[in-house]
Design a protein around this ligand. Structure first.
Ligand code: NAP
Length: 308
């Protein structure tokens, strides 16, 4: 067999990466998990998770990730904090370029997840950290008794808007259609919540304010063309996600939105490279599906190496 520093390198330390680490460590592979910050990923910004089996009362994203990390460490998984800059997948021994060195591996599991998509309207970038936010858990408490806007109609927008009502006195939930994409139970809760006012068929066209904070948003009704200004102290943006794949540079096949194409064994277009969780082209993005992907990928990587 070819020689490399590792049997398997897992890129990304969210639930998918940690699960792949648990399975690969238990299979006694020589495995390294790379994470550019602390383990956790997107789930860390999720206040409360109530659809992950085994926690009937729910669990915070922070606690769930801590438990997964502890579990992976118990089986001896090695972690390194480092950012992946690029991959060289041209040979069986694959090269991973990091900030300070290049490492080699026989197989790779990409579990880098996704990041929030921006609206791309005037004022959005200028007010990030001054009222524009992508994380209710991080910034919600700053808006006690304030009026805020939330944009989007998916699970994130609806779930996080409900969370915001713990702090804000009013949340305008602005959605570009007249029907939400979010799962029904979240819709029911949001509709029943007196502090949430829906603004349907509308998009935010601009975010404005003073030097230090957001004071208003401009909203346009896409059916009538009517435009109005709404005074708010914050604007939370939850309009979908983009895959974290900047290090890929055309190495692997991706779909039209940049998510990595992978087959039933999580295999990508390059043998020995697997993709799992939110970064993968998948019909359902949940923690439970991400960890399922990861278990399959770890076993696939093990089989791949055995057959080399
Ligand atoms: P999403 O499901 O892709 O929803 C994005 C929402 O933003 C959609 O309602 C979309 O409108 C709207 N949108 C997109 N671009 C827009 C634009 N430029 N201007 C205005 N609105 C725009 O994204 P997500 O809610 O972030 O969720 C990502 C994934 O994580 C999903 O698979 C979701 O199920 C999962 N997730 C699950 C949970 C949970 O289970 N509790 C919690 C959070 C996230 P349209 O509907 O018109 O397309």
């Amino acid at each position: 067999m070819k020689k490399a520093d590792y049997d398997l390198v897992i890129i990304g330390g969210g639930p998918a990466g940690l699960t792949a680490g648990i399975y690969a460590s238990r299979a006694r592979m020589n495995v390294l998990l790379l994470e550019k910050a602390a383990p956790g990923g997107q789930v860390l910004v999720s206040d409360w998770i109530e659809n992950y089996p085994g926690f009937p009362e729910g669990i915070s994203g922070y606690d769930l990730v801590n438990k997964m990390t502890e579990q992976a460490k118990r089986f001896g998984l090695t972690f390194e904090t480092s950012e992946v800059l690029s991959l060289d997948l041209s040979e069986a021994v694959k090269k991973i370029e990091l900030n300070d060195k290049t490492i080699t591996t026989l197989s790779i599991i990409i579990a880098t997840g996704a990041s929030p998509r921006k609206l791309g309207v005037p004022g959005e970038d200028m007010f990030i950290g001054k009222g524009v936010s992508f994380c209710a858990t991080c910034d919600g408490p700053f808006f006690k008794e304030n009026v805020v806007a939330a944009v989007g109609g998916g699970d994130t927008a609806v779930q996080e808007s409900i969370f915001l009502t713990k702090f804000a006195k009013k949340v305008y939930l602005i959605h570009r259609r007249d029907e939400l994409r979010a799962t029904k139970i979240l819709q029911e809760r949001a509709i029943a919540n007196d502090k949430i006012e829906f603004i349907w068929d509308s998009v935010v066209t601009g975010i404005g304010g003073g030097l230090t904070n957001v004071e208003k948003i401009n909203v346009k009704n896409v059916k009538t063309g009517e435009e109005k200004e709404i005074p708010v102290s914050g604007c939370f943006v939850w309009v979908g996600i983009l895959p974290n794949t900047s290090f890929l540079k055309d190495n692997l096949k991706v779909d039209e939105n940049g998510f990595i194409m992978a087959g039933p064994n999580m295999e990508t277009s390059v043998p020995g490279v697997f993709a799992v969780g939110d970064v993968r082209n998948t019909p359902l993005r949940q923690i439970v599906t991400a960890v399922g992907d990861a278990a399959i990928a770890a076993v696939s990587a093990e089989h791949y190496i055995e057959n080399m």
